[in-house]
Design a protein around this ligand. Structure first.
Ligand SMILES: O=C(O)C1=C[C@@H](OP(=O)(O)O)[C@@H](O)[C@H](O)C1
Ligand SMILES: C=C(OP(=O)(O)O)C(=O)O
Length: 429
């Protein structure tokens, strides 16, 4: 598709759509709890629809009246052997978390996904689940999908130190631990998003979190709840960066989830001297804030260490932000970017280079020197990765002349189906 270039300013207010991580989990918790769960403001994106489809295949009644979603949970034991293979689409979160959910079911399932998911390593979940007594295998040493899994009714608790900083692996093990014969201890490499831990408590369960050490007792019974999904800061990120970099812009983003394990991008914007105001709506950490940004003179920064899991999905769009900042921005400790929907280090460097940015990929991040005036007459690619596609669309707004084409924009509804509508709304003002 042809992207809009040379934006004269983005102005207005957007209600940020529901958080993808919390939306997946609202379906999962609704399905494994007892009784009805009502979900407000769920994200209806392709990835979340994959999770909904899978739980329907597992016999859970899930109804969407367009306003709310109603899930009729019958506990882990209520999940039924599906009559077909489970289609995880493009979603790493779905396949990894559901592998953990099915760890205590003794029927066999086959889980598969699209060509991107089929290249993502699942050994990070198959190895620890195997130690708990689950029979789970993928393709080759890295256990690429499709995966075949037969859980165990005699699941052993685990003491496991995660070799990677991953909320998906942590969550898979927590779901398995909830079904194990005893108490499991899971130790994180770095603190990652804690929505699973928060939601166990929300659904009436118990979990003990002490820094990076998490203890979960098996045999817990969860109770259905009424929940409201806050907006996704990872989606808001594209408009945060657009508002900071496109001249004459002022954007108000409402309903942005500000769980502290997710707000690394706000810290980075502040470190880069971006004009940002976060108006906390008060209450629970998972509630939302209104965030205002405006066009700013940005300076480079270093992004490394413990902040990385707090902004891992935002790094592509942060890289674009860095192209507009004065100086050398260094991103490191982010090798996990190589095993996302595509190798995001290579993809970001390649696509932004096409627009004339000064960006050097490294083994675990990138080095970006700015500010650069981006130039057109480029054909961008999404690599079937929603976040790379949206980064390209925001980058095009900064291009003064020529044309910018994007191939693979159809990946964007994986996380943000309303992205182009929202962009158009801000451009109209
Ligand atoms: O748990 C989750 O909902 C997610 C965890 C992260 O993945 P990893 O656990 O692989 O880091 C993140 O990149 C993904 O978009 C969503
Ligand atoms: C990495 C992502 O998702 P997933 O791992 O669920 O495919 C993402 O949304 O950026």
């Amino acid at each position: 598709m042809k992207l809009n270039i040379n934006s004269k300013g983005l102005n207005g207010t957007i209600k940020v759509p529901g958080d993808k991580s919390i939306s997946h989990r609202s379906i999962i918790f609704g399905s494994i709890a007892h009784g009805q769960t009502i979900v407000h403001d769920i994200l209806r994106s392709d990835d979340v629809l994959s999770t909904i489809g899978v739980f329907k295949d597992l016999g859970v009644s899930i109804e969407d009246d367009g306003q709310t979603i109603k899930v009729e949970g019958k506990g882990f034991e209520g999940l039924k052997k599906p009559s077909n293979d489970l289609d995880m689409g493009n979603s790493g979160t779905s396949i990894r978390l559901i592998s953990g959910v099915l760890a205590g079911s003794d029927f066999e399932v086959k889980m598969f996904g699209d060509s991107s998911l089929s290249k993502r390593p699942m050994d990070r979940v198959t190895l620890p689940l195997g130690q708990m007594g689950v029979d789970i295998h993928g393709q080759s040493e890295k256990a690429y999908p499709p995966l075949t899994e037969i859980g165990s009714k005699n699941l052993q608790p685990i003491e496991y130190k995660l070799p990677v900083a991953s909320a998906q692996v942590k969550s898979a093990l927590i779901f398995a631990a909830l079904q194990a014969q005893g108490t499991s201890t899971i130790i994180e490499k770095k603190i990652t998003r804690n929505h699973t831990e928060d939601m166990i408590v929300q659904f009436g369960g118990k979990i003990d979190v002490d820094g990076k050490t998490i203890k979960v007792e098996g045999g817990q019974k969860l109770q259905g709840q009424e929940i409201t999904v806050p907006g996704d800061i990872s989606s808001a990120a594209f408009f945060l960066v657009a508002g900071l970099t496109v001249p004459n812009s002022k954007i108000v983003l409402e309903n942005v989830g500000i769980n502290p394990t997710r707000t690394g991008i706000i810290d980075v914007i502040e470190a880069m001297n971006g004009k940002i105001e976060v108006i906390n709506n008060g209450g629970d950490a998972n509630l939302s804030a209104t965030i205002k940004v405006e066009t700013s003179d940005l300076v480079a920064t270093e992004i490394s260490g413990d902040i990385i899991p707090r902004l891992i999905d935002e790094l592509p769009i942060i890289a674009l932000l860095a192209t507009q900042a004065k100086g050398k921005t260094v991103i490191k400790d982010a090798a996990e970017l190589k095993v996302k929907e595509t190798n995001r280090i290579d993809a970001v460097a390649k696509e932004l280079t096409k627009l004339g940015a000064d960006i050097e990929p490294t083994e675990d991040g990138m080095i970006i020197t700015g500010p650069t005036k981006l130039k057109g007459n480029a054909n961008l690619e999404s690599y079937h990765d929603h976040r790379i596609g949206m980064m390209g669309a925001v980058a095009a707004l900064l291009v003064e002349n020529g044309t910018v084409e994007l191939e693979g924009a159809d990946a964007i509804p994986v996380s943000y189906p309303q992205f182009f509508d929202h962009l158009e709304k801000l451009e109209d003002k």
